[in-house]
Design a protein around this ligand. Structure first.
Ligand code: RB5
Length: 142
């Protein structure tokens, strides 16, 4: 599975932590930036990620801003993107099981790295249920 990751300046530190953590686990995340703590605009970062996901150049995206809110709003402006803010463990499970999210979002200023890693793990180990949920996902893009 190919996973891409991107953040604005508010999520930069958490992004670097995650890249380092998964590298040690043998999983290379594709880093789409930003590459420093210099201020940048989260819609630009979300646009970049959306293009990568919609063109099937990654299977899953991880987006991070200060709270995870702005960058999830921006990503969800793109048809075909289902960006979910994983604010707790239950939402991490449901975001895959019911919403089949293709981008998962986190807050670099609101979440601890260990909580984020656990939620990513829950998301990756949960299957999409399909069935009645598929007709709802179809309606999102109608
Ligand atoms: C940037 O200061 C901050 O507004 C941004 O990272 C994010 O939290 C927006 O939702």
């Amino acid at each position: 599975m190919k996973i891409a990751i991107a953040s604005d300046h508010g999520g930069f530190e958490l992004k670097q932590n995650l890249i380092e953590y998964y590298k040690k686990q043998g999983l290379m995340l594709e880093d789409l930036g930003t590459h420093s703590t210099q201020s940048c605009d989260y819609p630009d970062i979300a646009d970049k990620m959306a293009q990568v996901i919609l063109s099937h150049n990654a299977d899953l995206g991880i987006l991070i801003c200060g709270t995870g809110i702005g960058i999830s709003i921006a990503a969800n402006r793109h048809k075909g993107i289902r960006a979910a803010l994983l604010y707790d463990d239950f939402s991490a499970e449901m975001a895959h099981k019911h919403n089949n999210a293709n981008i998962i979002c986190f807050g670099g200023r609101t979440m601890k790295p260990e909580d984020v890693i656990r939620r990513i793990d829950i998301f990756l180990h949960t299957d999409y249920e399909g069935g009645r949920h598929q007709q709802r996902l179809d309606k999102l893009d109608d």
